[in-house]
Design a protein around this ligand. Structure first.
Ligand code: ZN
Length: 301
């Protein structure tokens, strides 16, 4: 992002700072401080792109989070959402896809600082060592994590989560053996490969058009603790804690600070209500998966 643009965002945040501070105090008094969950993809200095943050950039963000938030795991987020009262700025960190580069700096740093992290991986890429098509297209076939490294991360305390078998867009997929395999088959395989229970699932791409009510119901029936989307928005106290809303772990620190200090525009994020959404029918299979409602301009993979 050009400097003038991040200066503009900083200026907007500072100009609205007294209002934001007042709003935070009001939310604290009422026990209604919403919870932020971030999704990153890759931390590395090579092959920068919209879903990669530099090591220095990531460390700067983590240091700011440590000063300003309780850094907790997804289970604690859910406990605070369900309890009906939260007076502390709270944040949780997740990663999607499973890039091997994250083992060089980001994950050891988080473990060393005892910061909880949930790490969502696709089983096809991690078991075969095949790069993601969106990286191959860009001429950067980046290595995914190996199963051995995921098992080691799990033993070290990282919560490994499921992210389908093939990074499939589930939004237009009817309830079918293919959908069940992408969601449950991949999860069961991952559990046996890393010898650990998988409790959370993140939708690939994660925007409204990529979500599927049948998957929410399936995961609930099969005892999952929670499901993550990636279209932005905060988690409000007293809401359904099964569906966890996430914000993009934006490489632009100005934009990140702006959202996380309760930019009022976040409140207008349209929520996906899986309870009232109709099931996807076979006739919907060809529907385009558009990008809608992305207040934090997420790069959702
Ligand atoms: Zn993904």
């Amino acid at each position: 992002m050009p400097n003038w643009k991040s200066n503009l965002i900083d200026g907007y945040r500072l100009a609205t700072w007294p209002l934001r501070k007042l709003r935070l105090r009001q939310m604290q008094r009422a026990g209604q401080v919403p919870i932020a969950i971030l999704f990153y993809h890759r931390v590395d200095d090579e092959y920068p792109n919209g879903w990669t943050i530099t090591e220095a950039g990531f460390e700067t963000q983590i240091e700011w989070f440590e000063k300003n938030f309780d850094l907790v795991d997804l289970e604690e987020c859910q406990r605070r959402i369900s309890s009906g009262f939260n007076d502390r700025p709270t944040l949780s960190i997740t990663f999607d896809d499973g890039y091997a580069d994250n083992c060089a700096f980001a994950l050891p740093m988080l473990l060393q600082r005892k910061i909880p992290v949930t790490y969502f991986v696709t089983t096809y890429h991690t078991t075969r060592g095949e790069p993601f098509p969106h990286d191959v297209e860009k001429g950067a076939p980046l290595a995914p994590n190996s199963i051995e490294s995921l098992a080691a991360l799990s033993r070290a305390g990282v919560e490994i989560g499921a992210h389908t078998r093939t990074h499939a867009d589930l939004g237009a997929m009817p309830n079918s053996p293919q959908l069940i395999d992408e969601v449950l088959g991949a999860t069961r395989d991952l559990e046996s490969l890393i010898d650990q229970k998988i409790r959370y699932f993140a939708f690939p791409f994660g925007l409204h058009a990529n979500l599927n009510p049948a998957v929410f119901r399936l995961l609930k029936d099969f005892g999952f603790k929670g499901v993550c989307s990636a279209y932005g928005g905060l988690n409000y106290i007293g809401d359904d804690a099964f569906h966890l809303h996430r914000l993009h772990g934006d490489p632009c620190f100005s934009r990140m600070k702006n959202w996380l200090t309760f930019d009022p525009r976040l409140q207008s994020t349209k929520r996906f209500d899986y309870e009232t959404q109709p099931e996807v029918s076979a006739a919907d299979t060809g529907k385009p998966s558009g990008r809608v409602n992305q207040p934090s301009e997420p790069v959702a993979h």
